[in-house]
Ligand binder design. Structure first.
Ligand SMILES: NC(=O)c1ccc[n+]([C@@H]2O[C@H](COP(=O)([O-])OP(=O)(O)OC[C@H]3O[C@@H](n4cnc5c(N)ncnc54)[C@H](O)[C@@H]3O)[C@@H](O)[C@H]2O)c1
Length: 370
């Protein structure tokens, strides 16, 4: 198969869909890989490494999209890329189509076979192509939070771990899923006093076992949250209700009662945020101060650490790239029900029910079309 890896166009996107090692493996199995000039640059993989791995470096996106049978990307295509769509082209990338009716329309009209990372299901359930980015964001939230607690970033001038004789910072993590547990690992490692609040008692039990008592667990309800928020030096928002906007479990009033110079990192901001005073920010302007509390609400946190994020992402996507390349689309989705679940558009039909419902469009089961 001819596989194309374009340079990402979306603002501030620094990751790339395939690393040179992946290219080498695909080439050794007889595939052809085209990589756009500079595609890996922001993740510190240069053209020379791709060339040495057997890729053909293509200077223009237009040529790459036209020649490739499958495009492997990171983020959803943006408008300048729509003109490259054509019937039968396989597109494997994050798509998050529900709020993107224009992109959906283009994919349907041009009969692109779009497989979305975020809806591919694992053999044991779960969404394996989302997990690594939650791991990155969860860990990064503490690194970023520690930095914003420094005086020069507007924080209350506290060292997360304190020093002998001076107490460490209190870190409150809302939501004990992938982001939350990864935040807790980093924060406990740095010596902070960490509490995880979750509404699921079963999850809190698992966390208690996982951390062997080194993390305090809290059953989340409005009164426990209000009390814990007022005591927190660093508040990390990491709740998720799959398929829905994040619930606003921290009100403006609770933020007003936080300590002066406390820091909020609302990781859940990509789903609307779980803190009422949080609004989306970018890597160019990542933070703002409201009610004397520093807010960091970057919607694509993993782009801050593209080298790690690209490697983490491609570690999990690559097996699917191989399946699609080795067997071709139809056979690959026949063999793997999880990959089958990842297909959002096929031959002009919308094959992912939740996206169809969100956009009030007709849904067709992929199995009827294959
Ligand atoms: N900003 C970014 O760059 C970035 C990157 C990765 C993930 N995220 C986001 O981080 C969020 C968390 O992702 P995840 O992978 O950890 O999800 P997850 O499903 O693994 O965990 C979410 C947790 O929230 C808990 N929860 C749900 N409602 C709650 C409530 N009302 N009170 C308390 N707890 C509640 C759930 O029980 C669950 O344990 C998501 O919104 C995800 O999109 C953001």
């Amino acid at each position: 198969m001819i596989i194309g890896v374009p340079k990402e166009l979306k603002d501030h996107e620094t990751r790339v869909g395939l690393v040179p090692a992946g290219v080498g493996e695909l080439v050794s199995f007889g595939h052809t890989v085209l990589v756009e000039t500079g595609a890996g640059q922001a993740s510190f993989f240069d053209d020379e490494e791709y060339r040495n791995a057997g890729a053909t470096i293509v200077p223009a996106a237009k040529e790459l999209w036209a020649k490739a049978e499958m495009i492997v990307k990171v983020k959803e295509p943006i408008e300048p890329e729509y003109r490259f769509f054509r019937p039968g082209l396989v597109l494997f990338t994050y798509l998050h189509l529900a709020p993107l009716p224009d992109l959906t329309e283009e994919l349907l009209q041009h009969q692109v076979t779009a497989v979305a990372y975020e809806t591919v299901e694992g053999h044991g359930g779960g969404l394996p192509l989302l997990e690594p980015m939650s791991e990155v964001a969860g860990r990064l939230a503490v690194q970023v939070g520690a930095q914003y607690l420094e005086r020069r970033y507007g924080g209350r001038g506290m060292l997360l771990g304190g020093v002998p004789g001076v107490p460490p910072a209190r870190v409150l993590v809302l939501g004990g899923g992938i982001v939350g547990t990864n935040s807790a690992k980093m924060a406990t490692g740095m010596g902070a006093v960490v509490t995880i609040a979750d509404r699921s008692a079963a999850r809190l039990r698992q966390i208690d076992d996982l951390f062997g008592g080194r993390v305090l667990t809290l059953a989340a309800n409005p009164s426990t949250i209000a009390e814990a928020v007022a005591e927190a030096d660093l508040l990390i928002g990491a709740v998720l209700i799959p398929g829905a906007s994040a619930p606003k479990i921290v009100s403006t009033d609770m933020v007003r009662r936080m300590k002066r110079g406390a820091v909020i990192v609302d990781v859940a901001i990509d789903q609307g945020g779980c803190i009422e005073t949080a609004h989306p920010t970018t890597h160019t302007h990542p933070s703002y101060v409201l009610h004397d509390v520093v807010h960091y609400c970057v919607t694509n946190m993993p782009a801050a650490v593209p080298r790690t994020s690209t490697l983490a992402l491609t570690n999990v996507t690559f097996a699917y790239v191989r399946q699609l390349a080795d067997h071709g689309f139809a056979e690959a989705v026949r063999r793997d029900a999880g990959l089958h679940a990842g297909v959002n558009t096929y031959q002009g039909a919308l094959t992912y029910e939740a996206v169809a419902a969100a956009q009030k469009r007709p849904y067709r089961a992929l199995s009827e079309l294959l």
